[in-house]
Design a binder for this molecule. Structure first.
Ligand SMILES: [Fe+2]
Length: 419
């Protein structure tokens, strides 16, 4: 044991101590003595001076450490350095080490012989588990359980469980309070088996939004500005811009973005796939970025900013309707399509069915009667949304002249059959 720890001490002192300039590393009187362990004498001196010892070697930027007890130091230290790749920052006392400070994987640990407490669980995010013999879990000699977790697991999208969902706005609507004063209304409570989430989000007060640069691990995500305006900024998409009522954005996977400010009474509709997806902060990237890359590929998708005022209208998939297309079908490579539709004159009553995985509609203005086969014909007013499952017959009747519908479908290409 002593020989191994002495070797560790020698390696530590030669790797980490020597490069430090004397002005940075104070040397006490004892440290100037030549001992049988050479520089170990210096090491002992520095280690004995409290915080100064952390000016030595690696892990200098880390200001906190987790104490892990161990009954015996040598074997535990060897496991953490040799097996897990940690490196030694400090070890003391030199003649009989009982404490080793090690750093690695963005973490600093203090292995302390005889310390009280549980040995703990250490979850390592690894990109290549084969470096650890393919293990899912290891146990250190001191009892610390090491969980080896994929640092970037593939996104899993649950299988769609289709259903008819009608979410009315108004007095009966259920609103929840989220962060930063935001109010949320869940438009698809059953989440279609976990595959989709649709939220109606309000910021009643408006003003600066305490957001930070972040990104989402998603297959699909879009935001439609329903009322008011919101100022946002996106990675490589130029300076901040204002998303006005009627505009929308396609947020490709992992694009860094930040919400900056909103008008009072902002309301947006946000659709995401899968329903449960991770959000990560990016503390290193400042927005806006200096580069402008509107055609940048983000996992096969490109950013879209659709401006309603610049859009043109074209025929819609339903007879008697026209639509403005957001272009999202093309930039997502067919994953989704997002359109705003309105009647042209008075559409004839027709029954339709479709074969899309997910067909979501939000009534932006006006009203209609929605007849879904076998479920009656509920009147549908502004602010109401519905999900029409594939194969079900439906019709839009009694459309008011000011009717506008936001329609989101996955995939982009699907068949509409009339009868
Ligand atoms: Fe976001």
């Amino acid at each position: 044991m002593a020989a191994r720890l002495r070797a560790t001490l020698t390696r530590f002192s030669s790797d980490s101590l020597t490069p430090e300039p004397p002005s940075v590393v104070p040397v006490c009187e004892a440290g100037r003595k030549t001992t049988e362990r050479g520089q170990v004498g210096n090491l002992r001196a520095h280690c004995g001076r409290g915080p100064e010892r952390f000016t030595l070697g690696a892990g200098m930027g880390i200001k906190a450490q987790v104490v892990l007890p161990c009954g015996e130091l040598e074997e535990t230290l060897g496991f953490f350095t040799d097996r897990l790749g940690f490196r030694v920052d400090a070890i003391y006392p030199a003649d009989d080490p009982s404490v080793a400070v090690i750093s690695g994987h963005g973490l600093r640990l203090e292995l302390k012989r005889g310390a009280s407490g549980a040995p703990g669980v250490l979850r390592l995010l690894v990109s290549d588990r084969s470096a650890f013999g393919g293990a899912l879990e290891l146990t250190a000699p001191n009892g610390t359980r090491i969980e080896l977790v994929d640092a970037d697991p593939p996104l899993v999208v649950p299988t769609v469980v289709p259903s008819f969902v009608l979410s009315e706005n108004g007095d009966r609507a259920e609103w929840g309070t989220g962060r930063a004063g935001m109010r949320y209304r869940d438009l698809v409570p059953d989440r279609q088996g976990g595959s989709f989430i649709a939220s109606h989000i309000q910021i009643p007060g408006g003003g600066p939004v305490p957001d930070y640069v972040h990104f989402h691990k998603v297959r699909f995500q879009m935001i439609y500005c329903y009322k008011g305006w919101v100022r946002v900024v996106y990675e490589d998409q130029g300076p901040p811009f204002v998303l006005k009522a009627g505009d929308c954005v396609l947020q490709p996977p992992r694009i860094r973005h930040r919400v900056l400010e909103s008008s009072p009474g902002l309301e947006v509709i946000e659709i995401g796939c899968p329903a449960n997806h991770e959000t990560f902060a990016d503390h290193d990237l400042a927005l806006p970025t200096s580069t402008l890359r509107p055609d940048r590929d983000f996992e096969g998708q490109r950013f879209v900013r659709h401006v309603a005022a610049e859009a043109s209208w074209q025929p819609f998939r339903l007879e008697g309707f026209e639509c403005r297309d957001t272009g999202i079908a093309a930039t997502t490579n067919g994953i989704a399509t997002v359109r705003v539709a309105r009647p042209r004159g008075t559409p004839a009553t027709k029954r339709y069915r479709h074969d899309a995985d997910f067909l979501f509609t939000f009534v932006l203005s006006g009203s209609l009667t929605l007849d879904v086969h076998g479920r009656g014909a509920p009147p549908v007013a502004e602010g109401t949304s519905f999900v029409l499952p594939p194969g079900k017959l439906y019709s839009f009747d009694n459309c008011s002249p000011d009717l506008e519908l936001l329609e989101v479908a996955l995939p982009a290409a699907f068949e509409t059959v009339s009868r």
